[in-house]
Design a binder for this molecule. Structure first.
Ligand code: IPE
Ligand code: IPE
Ligand code: MG
Length: 240
């Protein structure tokens, strides 16, 4: 049943994850606990994001995906909060452009880019082009929704004239085309749900939930999660 083997399915017990995805949740509560506005939590969260992706690269994780903003966040949160998150995103984009020549990191953006001004969209595409042959990869999910991604993929396939699709066709039409599925999805902030993240790609991902709020998340917790992952037995539906 080779064709049914999920991509990224080559890991066995004892091996480190090749692809870790983070649902970076808990910024608002972290700020509230300190009597600060939610935006303060996002500022702190952006610092932690930089540290954690750096660390994952240092310890040899090949692919990291981060959930920075969902389509639902964009539609439902106050403008002031969204503006802060988009400003933090633009600051990251500027840093990533500066670092691109000296850093072995492919940067990809997944999500609906129509919310961005044309100049930002062009900068995102240019960074993706400039870094596309790098070995390590970061996917930043921004204005991303798993259902929206699937709808966009199906519409792309219909537009291409297909009347019958395979799993491979769908995979190739997703924002994550060509990227192995996450081996583990980590959610900080105590909620135990996916909140529309990587619905297709998470079919056989391991899940890890921690109460730690994202701005308190540390490198040592990454180590703990990797150790936990190494002890898991992934069966993909097969018998022992
Ligand atoms: C996650 O933190 C970041 C985004 C959703 C953009 P939240 O802002 O959801 O923080 P909580 O869950 O309210 O604490
Ligand atoms: C998920 O967190 C989205 C991101 C972390 C970017 P939410 O805070 O939006 O999730 P819900 O609303 O608690 O499900
Ligand atoms: Mg939240």
């Amino acid at each position: 049943m080779e064709q049914n083997k999920p991509n990224g399915a080559e890991c066995s017990v004892g091996s480190a994850p090749r692809h870790i995805a983070f649902i970076m949740d808990g910024n608002g509560r972290w700020a509230k606990k300190r009597g600060m506005p939610r935006e303060y939590g996002h500022v702190q969260g952006a610092k932690v994001f930089r540290r954690i992706i750096e660390y994952c690269g240092d310890i040899g994780i090949e692919i990291v995906t981060v959930y920075a903003l969902s389509t639902e966040n964009y539609a439902k949160r106050p403008k002031k909060e969204i503006d802060t998150i988009l400003t933090l995103f633009e600051e990251y984009l500027t840093d990533a452009e500066r670092d691109a020549p000296s850093r072995d990191l492919r940067v990809c953006f997944i999500g609906d880019r129509s919310i961005f001004a044309p100049d930002i969209r062009e900068r995102m595409a240019a960074l993706e082009r400039a870094t596309m042959s790098r070995k390590k990869r970061l996917n930043v999910a921004i204005n991303y929704g798993g259902r929206a991604e699937l709808v966009a993929a199906f519409n792309k396939l219909i537009a291409s004239g297909k009347t019958n699709v395979t799993e491979a066709d769908i995979e190739a039409a997703l924002y994550t085309a060509g990227c192995p599925d996450p081996d583990i999805i980590v959610r900080t902030g105590a909620e135990m749900r996916l909140s529309n993240f990587l619905l297709w790609q998470s079919a056989y991902s391991e899940l890890y939930f921690t109460d730690t709020l994202w701005p308190d998340f540390t490198e040592s917790e990454v180590d703990k999660i990797i150790a936990d992952f190494k002890g898991r037995k992934r069966r993909y539906g097969a018998a022992e």
